[in-house]
Design a protein around this ligand. Structure first.
Ligand code: THU
Length: 130
């Protein structure tokens, strides 16, 4: 199954009673392992989690520490754009050149990278004097 198909499939499990906006994410680790996530909302709105965060949590729980590629899909008019928080979460486990494929359920795709999504990211090197 392609990464895009994995993201499309897990999107069906999104728990979105408030926004009704289902998002699916699938990431691949360097060893080929795929982890998926969907958005899970909460009546206390800020407690909801994004699809990307779910996929990253699944990867970490399985022992994964590096993202080689990630795909995100939603039923949006243009390819869905990860929120600022998820861009930072991606940068924790993915270098700037890691490919990001953003997709719509209609079949449109936008190919970008973690570095293009979050230029000038805060990273651990900036804490070198701490
Ligand atoms: N959402 C994601 O899961 N990923 C994105 O890249 C964009 C936004 C979710 C959060 C919330 O559950 C819903 O989409 C509407 O913001």
């Amino acid at each position: 199954m392609s990464l895009l198909d994995a993201a499309r499939a897990v999107r069906e499990n999104a728990y979105v009673p408030y926004s009704r906006f289902k998002v699916g994410a699938a990431l691949r680790c360097p060893d080929g392992t795929v982890h998926v996530g969907c958005n899970v909302e909460n009546v206390a709105y800020p407690e909801g989690t994004c699809a990307e965060a779910g996929a990253i949590a699944a990867m970490a729980a399985a022992g994964g520490r590096e993202i080689a590629e990630i795909c995100v899909i939603a039923d949006s008019p243009v390819p869905v754009s990860p929120c600022g928080g998820c861009r930072q979460k991606l940068a924790e486990f993915a270098g700037p050149d890691v490919p990001v494929v953003l997709a719509t359920t209609d079949g449109a795709t936008y190919h970008t990278t973690v570095g293009a999504l979050l230029p000038g990211a805060f990273d651990r090197a900036q804490m070198a004097r701490s």
